[in-house]
Design a protein around this ligand. Structure first.
Ligand code: BG6
Length: 533
């Protein structure tokens, strides 16, 4: 697609496809999982695509007592494990020479002086021009202390060069802690320097929501309460909490998924067209959506928010309470479904149903826009017993594509209608390279484009929506946990959230699975409308 999207020419002033600025990237927490699984492969991919400046260096900062050589060697081994394909020795050789290591604790002032020395060395050796990108791949308790140390070491001042900080999630545990964290870090950094990451925004298909909505003239006119009956946003996982029971016990699905990933999907789907793709313009529109979410009062939490926890499933699947590091009496939720309203002119009265959870029936992230039904009047005297609404589905993962369902006449003398789909699969059109999702985010940060990062007011607006749900759920312990079987579509109450409105969750197959001749134009006889597909 040849359009100016955030982070390219339109907003950054950089030329689309040209390398990021010369800089040193410092990874705090460089011995952890994120570095080996995501950051190193992403940097390597950028280097391979010539999107990393030739004047680049990487400094790993972590506790283990390693030398630079040892750290480099580990990076090489890990890259071989986690890069998507074969590691090109030439690219790796170039990259490895730019890596150094500083051993240190976040509480240790002298470690930050050593870091300062390492940065000065990198500037000299690699021409990195004093531009520093700090990546906080640490536990959240270290976010503020680490930024303070960097500030105390006079490593954040911008004077003819830039200094930026990427902060991993979770950003706060609730509204108060998110606001306190914002206040702490803004004592050291200006908002312009802060890049709060949400890895959903690194996904091509999530970025495509903007391209889809705003580069096609046919959707915008019908993208509102006049034509849309409701919207469903699903982020379902088949995996359980795996080794993350310790973290999950302190988080739960609400904190883990809603204020960040799901609200990004919500705001991109519902926002007004921005007047440009400039970072603040796009984020202003997203924030307006979060601020327009109708607040939940206590009673509404009970009516419009559902929580669940998985119990044991078939084939010996463990229940949440049996997972490692999870309390056998845990009341932590692993499923969440919500009905929300956006109180603005475009969306008044249109419900947005959101659900997410672990150990659900299928791994799928998608946005379903269901249009209002056509009037039935013309079909009264035919064999058709009702009309199905049109559905536009944005398939975000694992299938990537867009499909639109509509009714068509089944050939024959009797008037009957069948549900058919027009389906677009990314892989049929574009050669998607295997990416971690972090490439784009790191690249944008190196170009100074914050469009795909969360701004402080966005984060706070999101937590504000979540707050009443957190409060009610904390006050009223769930009595029915576990309330769904591992491998099911969540608790009954999740389905009832829609059935009591005369609707149901769309659990249709992803576009690929439609080659079975049951669906899709031209493939045999489509299911007759009247059947609940
Ligand atoms: C993470 C959550 O942020 O997102 C995980 O902490 C969740 O619990 C993950 O599994 C989902 O991301 P993705 O990219 O697999 O949809």
């Amino acid at each position: 697609m040849d359009i100016d999207m955030p982070g390219t020419a339109a907003s950054s002033g950089g030329v689309s496809g040209s390398p990021g600025d010369a800089c040193v990237m410092v990874i705090f927490g460089a011995s952890g999982d994120l570095t080996k699984r995501k950051l190193l492969p992403a940097l390597y991919n950028l280097a391979k695509e010539n999107l990393l400046s030739r004047d680049f260096a990487l400094v790993g900062f972590a506790r283990p007592d390693w030398t630079t050589d040892q750290f480099r060697e580990r990076c090489g081994d890990e890259l071989k494990r986690f890069a998507a394909g074969q590691v090109d020795p030439e690219v790796w050789h170039w990259f490895a020479r730019r890596i150094s290591y500083v051993r240190g604790d976040f509480g240790d002032v002298s470690a930050f002086q050593r870091l300062k020395g390492a940065l000065a060395d990198a500037d000299q050796e690699h021409g990195t021009r004093s531009n520093y990108l700090y990546y906080l791949a640490t536990a959240p308790t270290f976010f503020a202390p680490c930024i303070q140390q960097v500030g105390n070491a006079a490593l954040v001042d911008e004077d003819g060069h830039w200094r930026r900080v990427i902060i991993e999630k979770p950003f706060g545990r609730d509204f108060d802690s998110a606001r306190a964290l914002n206040t702490e870090i803004q004592k050291v950094l200006s908002e312009r320097q802060i890049y709060r990451i949400d890895h959903y925004l690194g996904k091509e298909t999530v970025q495509n929501i903007l391209a889809f909505r705003f580069s096609n003239g046919i959707f915008e006119p019908v993208w509102n309460r006049n034509y849309i009956d409701h919207v469903q946003i699903t982020a379902a996982e088949t995996v359980g909490v795996e080794t993350r029971g310790g973290y999950y016990e302190t988080a739960g699905t609400l904190r883990d998924m809603l204020p960040n990933h799901l609200f990004q999907l919500l705001s991109l789907t519902a926002m007004e067209p921005p007047v440009s793709f400039d970072a603040d313009v796009v984020r202003d529109e997203q924030t307006k959506i979060l601020k327009a979410v109708q607040p939940f009062d206590d009673r509404e939490v009970l009516l419009r928010a559902v929580r669940g926890q998985y119990g044991p499933g078939q084939n010996g699947a463990l229940g949440y309470r049996q997972e490692p590091l999870v309390s056998p009496a845990s009341r932590t939720e692993t499923y969440l479904a919500l009905k929300i309203f956006i109180d603005n002119w475009r969306w008044a009265g249109v419900p947005f149903y959101i659900r997410t959870g672990k150990r659900l029936a299928r791994r799928v992230t998608e946005i379903v826009v269901q249009f209002k039904r056509a009037p039935f009047v013309l079909f009264r005297k035919t064999a058709v017993d009702r009309l199905e609404p049109n559905r536009l589905v944005l398939h975000l993962q694992p299938e990537e594509g867009i499909s639109l369902s509509f009714g068509a006449k089944i050939p024959g003398p009797v008037v009957r209608l069948g549900g058919v789909d027009m389906a677009f699969n990314y892989s049929d059109y574009f050669n998607a390279t295997s990416q971690t999702g972090y490439e784009r985010l790191l690249y944008d940060c190196m170009l100074g484009d914050a469009t795909l990062f969360q701004r402080s007011d966005m984060v706070e607006a999101a937590w504000k929506v979540v707050a009443p749900i957190q409060n009610v759920w904390a006050a009223l312990e769930p009595r029915d946990f576990p309330n769904y079987q591992a491998g099911a579509w969540g608790p009954e109450a999740g389905a009832e959230l829609l059935t009591k409105d005369g609707r149901h969750w769309y659990d249709g197959p992803p576009p690929r699975d439609r080659s079975d001749g049951q669906r899709g134009a031209g493939h045999g006889e489509p299911p007759s409308i009247g059947r609940d597909t």
